[in-house]
Ligand binder design. Structure first.
Ligand code: NAD
Ligand code: FES
Length: 293
């Protein structure tokens, strides 16, 4: 059993848990994810790693219930545990393989949308530890949905908070905040990393294309089994078929076909939709052994 050591509610429906998983913690890198199962024969849930502590042998996960399995997970308490925590899976953020000296000369902005703040945090923290702190924007519907503000502020160069309804921080969506920073407040960025809802990543990419800022996105939201087998996370990147769980989750946002990914995500929810996709996509419908090996 992978014991839950700590649990807290970040909002009424966003849960933060520290889980004992020494082997995962030993190898985890920012940008990677784990698959958890709360019971035998339970659904496999892919979750990006929010934090890890190699010495304590723990990983931190943050999730928002969206189905029966995550709703059950919400009710697990410290002292209870998961039957499986598998990982780390996926590729580490490309930033982790860059020379720290090069990173120090690069001005990076992270855009964290809602629950997407959780996977942004380990990347921001990692850059801070390399002596190359980056700026970050947290966007949330309203004040009550802003998460990890204190943790993000501790490792960001500048942290900007914006809420859709203006109840906290700046007013408006993350795109307005970025536009204001670059066009009105004299900020310059060499790279943007946007992680959040698909629709947010789509519009951030439209804006950064206009602003000429290379942009990386995380396609974690479309994953289902996380093994390259189910085909849920098939995404077109620069016209090529990729699978977020094995080739990503991070991709060049300016090359991702978001409209196709969002349409496909909706279609994948029904059995009929999945059958239609399998017919249309043929051999490229799922990764199969070509990818999952
Ligand atoms: P949300 O709907 O509250 O949106 C967060 C912020 O995104 C908003 O405050 C706004 O600033 C921005 N945004 C939303 N729509 C936008 C638009 N059309 N244009 C510009 N900006 C826009 O987010 P939430 O409810 O916390 O998010 C849940 C979603 O996040 C789920 O779909 C989940 O799958 C996804 N998620 C993604 C990742 C990832 O790795 N990409 C990780 C965790 C969660
Ligand atoms: Fe199933 Fe990637 S999540 S193929």
């Amino acid at each position: 059993m992978y014991k839950i050591l700590e649990k807290k509610m970040l909002t009424s429906n966003i849960i933060w848990m520290v889980v004992e998983a020494p082997r995962v913690a030993k190898h985890a890198m920012p940008g990677q994810f784990v698959i958890v199962r709360s019971e035998e024969d339970g659904e496999r849930i892919p979750l990006t790693i929010c934090d890890y502590d190699r010495e304590k042998g723990t990983v931190t996960i943050v999730f928002q219930p969206i189905g029966a399995s995550t709703e059950k997970m919400k009710h697990l308490e410290a002292g209870e545990g998961f039957v499986d925590v598998v990982g780390p899976l996926g590729q580490a953020s490309e930033l982790c393989s860059e020379d720290p000296e090069t990173l120090k000369n690069k001005k990076i902005i992270f855009i964290a949308g809602g629950v997407g703040t959780a996977p942004v945090y380990p990347q921001l923290k990692w850059l801070y530890e390399q002596g190359a702190p980056a700026d970050a924007i947290i966007g949330a519907k309203s004040e009550n949905f802003v998460i990890l503000e204190k943790e993000m502020a501790a490792v960001a160069d500048n942290l900007y908070i914006t809420t859709d309804d203006g109840s906290y921080g700046r007013s408006g969506m993350v795109t307005k905040c970025l536009e204001d920073l670059v066009n009105s407040e004299g900020k310059h960025y060499d790279l943007c990393v946007a992680i959040g809802p698909m629709i947010m990543m789509k519009f951030v990419c439209k804006l950064t294309e206009q602003l000429g800022i290379p942009t990386v996105v995380s396609m974690n939201p479309i994953m289902v089994d996380g093994t390259g087998m189910c085909g849920a996370c098939r995404v077109l990147v620069g016209g090529e078929v990729k699978f977020a769980c094995v080739d990503g989750p991070e991709f060049d946002g300016h090359k991702v076909d978001f409209d196709n990914a969002m349409k496909r995500q909706a279609q994948y929810k029904t059995e009929e939709g999945r059958m239609k996709l399998a017919l249309e996509e043929g051999d490229t419908h799922h990764g199969g052994c070509g990818h999952c090996s």
